[in-house]
Write a protein that binds this ligand. Structure first.
Ligand code: FBP
Length: 550
């Protein structure tokens, strides 16, 4: 809709005080704070990332106001790329970068994602481009992909791109895996890239609708989460309103969010459905698949006793990986699939379950054989290039419907159980950003650009206290790295932040969910607002967890 896009391009986006005026922001400078950032694997990290660890001293940086027109703010060539799944606000990061780099520097777009960096597919971004994409959703301006840069040939290709385009810096806009890429690149490109022996700076920007890239108060949420959860909450709210209108269906809705349940928890807080599964709680309580199904069946029976034959169950996309017996199965599958990759690839689809089953431990083989074909196929499907199971392809919502119907039968419960299944995922990633995400991302762009002009490398830009004026900071990427098992081997990765079951948001949810299950007390929050008094409202879970006003 051209009218809508024209209107959102005019949307006034607030900037953090340290940048001065919104129309002509001034690059900030950075100084080390007293706060250091480390993980359990810091000793190993220092060994493999000696340059960036030494340069940052693992210290968080804080922004201070800079002087307009400083001479060091000229002549840099900066490349920017999207990496991983799209998230609303990505275009505004590019716009913020372009604004802060100004006419004295060159901003180049990389198409598409890390793959584009390997191929050296770069073009200059103009002021006209920025005017066209400001406040619009999607990553379509540059495109994105999930290539992990790991082989010596790939590193050599990146170096060649840096030399060919005479780059001074690269900005990687991505999630946990993409910022791991950024940390690795920052170390690799630290020095000796250009003919004069200098290096190329690398700065990460925290993106993902999953909300699982967090660093406590330093990074309460990644961009894209607010827009995605408001879109899903609108849709779930509409369905809830329909259930009480038509009085006949149970809707099972799987919500995107690869691993953590932040999206589901936020949508539950906004809409108050009959049942919301939280994967982290399931793992903590060591709940089996059959006990989860039993819990849903009980809710169906309880509501039926009051004459309510409808309801909504929301399910986090990644729940299968958190159910203890499934977790053990998937871990063994990952190793077996990595170990027999060549033989497995040569087999017919129909032969694959038996081939893998015969190489699993007896318990896991039995569990795999007990699952419906449509789930087995997806458990055996190819992992992404970061070694992740593609959970968005597993029809968990259908599995739970089938198992709940069977459980009700086995319980002898004579209750109506007409069902519908949904998956809300891709529709939440590319909508026009909420004002919260639009402001967050524009300021992240200003922060990333300022870090480059201040000569920094190996940091992730972040903004704290966004709804109170905003404080830009920089997190040393190496301070987030842990060792995890991927593709059957140990690798450095940024750990996904999971829902903490003792967090204020989770405690609020737990205190209310029984009432939501037994009575029809849903909420329908309606469409996200870009103008007006609630436009800047942050996610309920983030507000509860940070103790801020929403
Ligand atoms: P990122 O972590 O890269 O932002 O991706 C998020 C996500 O949307 C997940 O929620 C989902 O599991 C996955 O991407 C889907 O991936 P794909 O776009 O490759 O199907």
């Amino acid at each position: 809709n051209a009218a809508f896009e024209q209107a959102i391009r005019q949307l006034a986006v607030p900037v953090c005080r340290v940048f001065g005026s919104a129309a002509q922001p001034t690059p900030a400078r950075f100084e080390a704070s007293a706060q250091t950032l480390n993980t359990k694997d810091s000793a190993q990290v220092s060994k493999f990332f000696p340059n960036t660890v030494k340069a940052s001293g693992s210290k968080v940086l804080e922004a201070t106001a800079g002087a307009a027109g400083a001479p060091q703010d000229q002549g840099k060539r900066v490349a920017v790329l999207f990496s991983g799944g799209p998230a609303a606000g990505g275009h505004n990061v590019v716009c913020g970068l372009k604004r802060i780099l100004g006419a004295g520097n060159t901003l180049l777009g990389v198409r598409p994602g890390p793959k584009g960096l390997l191929k050296g597919n770069l073009f200059e971004i103009s002021d006209r481009d920025v005017d066209a994409i400001i406040n619009t959703g999607g990553f379509d301006f540059l495109g994105t992909d999930r290539t992990k840069i790991k082989t010596p040939e790939q590193f050599a290709q990146v170096k060649a791109t840096c030399v060919k385009h005479n780059l001074d810096a690269i900005v990687v806009i991505g999630g946990d895996d993409s910022n791991t890429n950024a940390a690795v690149l920052a170390e690799f490109l630290y020095a000796g890239v250009k003919p004069d022996g200098s290096g190329v700076q690398v700065i990460g920007v925290p993106k993902t609708i999953d909300g699982d890239l967090q660093a406590g108060a330093l990074l309460p949420i990644s961009f894209g989460f607010d827009t995605a959860t408001k879109i899903y909450a609108e849709m779930v709210g509409n369905i809830l309103q329909d259930t009480r209108s038509s009085l006949k269906y149970w809707h099972f809705v799987k919500l995107m969010g690869r691993s953590a349940s932040h999206v589901t928890l936020e949508v539950a807080l906004q809409t108050q459905p009959a049942v919301a599964l939280i994967s982290e709680e399931i793992a903590e309580k060591k709940q089996s698949l059959s006990s989860i199904v039993g819990q849903i069946a009980q809710a169906v029976v309880k509501r039926a006793e009051q004459g309510i034959h409808h309801g909504v169950v929301i399910i986090p996309e990644g729940v299968v990986e958190f159910i203890p017996e499934m977790h053990v199965l998937i871990a063994e599958l990952n190793d077996v699939l990595a170990c027999h990759a060549d033989d497995f690839a040569k087999l017919d689809k129909a032969e694959r379950p038996a081939f893998i089953g015969s190489r699993l431990s007896p318990d896991n083989a039995r569990l795999l054989a007990s699952l419906p074909g449509y789930v087995v196929d997806m458990l055996l499907a190819e992992r992404d290039s970061h070694g992740n199971l593609q959970v968005s392809l597993i029809p968990t919502e259908q599995l739970l419907i089938d198992m709940t119907a069977r459980a009700l039968q086995e319980m002898g419960a004579k209750v109506p159980f007409a069902t519908m299944n949904h998956f809300f995922g891709y529709e939440g990633r590319c909508g026009a950003p909420t004002l919260f995400d639009a402001a967050y991302t524009f300021n992240l762009g200003l922060t990333a650009g300022s870090l480059i002009l201040d000569g920094r490398t190996g940091y992730m830009a972040t903004i704290t206290d966004l709804t109170k004026g905003g404080t830009p900071k920089a997190i040393p990427l190496t301070g987030l790295l842990n060792i995890e098992r991927r593709h059957g081997q140990d690798e450095f990765v940024i750990e996904k932040a999971l829902v903490r079951t003792d967090s204020p948001a989770m405690r609020h949810f737990m205190a209310h969910r029984t009432t939501w299950a037994e009575k029809d007390l849903f909420a329908s929050p309606g469409p996200r607002q870009l103008w007006g008094p609630i436009a800047m409202q942050q996610p309920i879970s983030v507000a509860l967890n940070t103790g801020a006003d929403s």
